[in-house]
Design a protein around this ligand. Sequence first.
Ligand code: DGY
Length: 329
Amino acid sequence: MSSKPKVFVTRRIPEKGLEQILAATDAEVWPGELPPPYETIVEKVADCEGLVSLLTDRIDARLLDAAPRLKVVSNYAVGFNNIDIAAATARGVRVGNTPGVLTDATADMAFCLLIAAARRLVEGHDYGRSGKWKTWEPLGHLGADLVGRTLGIIGMGRIGYAMARRCRLGWDMQVLYHDVHVHAQAEAELSARKVDLDTLLGQADFVSVHTDLNDSTRGLFNLATFRKMKPTAVFVNTARGPIVVEADLIEALRTGVIFAAGLDVTDPEPPVEGSPLYGVPNLIVAPHIASATVGTRNAMADICARNLLAGLRGEALPAWVNPEATTHR
Ligand code: DGY
């Protein structure tokens, strides 16, 4: 029998992290391209001290109760809405995430969606591909201008700030933000202004969502919210799908309540077969790829492994979601 701690890894992650995990633990790595079913994870963690989870894995009280030896859950994501943190804390299970290293890649994707939706890039690509491009059109494919316009950031954390920085320093945009906290650096360096939600919605030409998913942000963007935005506005969400009521977004886009939108996240993921999301010309949907660069995923794997190994040793996690869970098993 191995003296190394037993660990279950719910999917292959980049070697940069996996090698560390395989060297230091007795790890089983789920080989499938799709996530293991919930009941499989419950079975697998029964005798594990560590678990590496993905945002596609639901880690709840029942699963934690089925793992009496579990010390640490290391989530391969910065978001951790897939984990019941209170339940983990109550059971003394440490939870780690991967903040910081995906900030630039995610802000890049938010900006990519913003400019692609504003300039109708995917529509134009489809137009040419379907043989409709006959000539240069003086009145065709008109999109939105970016320079000097107003950006509204929902959730001025690390990623919101990185997005605001791009838009302010690169496109000379005015920055408004909505958050419970004041972001002193954004105010000092980017002249960002903290405003209430309605002010932001009424004034922003581009609204970009960077908040986490919680009880107050679930369904925050619905028809009523979209109606408060400019008819020329572009909406971007790279945070979590359930922040948006998708049927309402589709209606808002189809009826001209707003101009265009770009999503990197949907609800559910992937969208159901035949989802109307893919039938709206002024909507771009990316398959949750904001952190999908080689360097970023390697860095996420490294933090994920270091969180796991620190938790197994009973040490402070480098990126620790619930430091109050100090009474480890
Ligand atoms: C995260 O880390 O939460 C992203 O959604 C995926 O990288």
